[in-house]
Unconditional design. Sequence first.
Length: 164
Amino acid sequence: MDKESAGPTPGFLVWRLANKWRVAVDRAVGPLGLTHAQYSLVASLYGMQRAGERPSQRRLADHTGLEALYVSKLARALEASGLIERARDPRDPRAVQLALTEQGLDVTRRAIALVQELLQQLLEPLGGLDTPRTRAFIGELTALLDAPLSPSAPDDETTQGRTS
């Protein structure tokens, strides 16, 4: 069988699954005034605050995997909506710390409940949220996310079209 008829690549399937889940989360949290990206930010911030942390925008960007500039943009929009507070870090005047407001806590708790229900539905083909198959799936995804990517240099043989 040639490469073209072998079926979809893992990258294509991951991309499709990520888009499917993003759209589903957007629809679930939309009535609360959130997008999927905003949900990722406030849910992560919620977990960090519960652990006693008041993270900087940079720390939250690292935690979520979002670009720092995008986190800054999302944080400004969430602040304008009254869901988070942004404050200068007293230890580092260049850093901005984030915290959920009371309204932000309420919206985030409701959003988390909605997304948990959604995850149960999305993971039903694997038996649901808390099953051995789902735990194995999470392990595989974590292994892929933890693997470092080494950037190819422009003069790397793999970018030169060599077939030998």
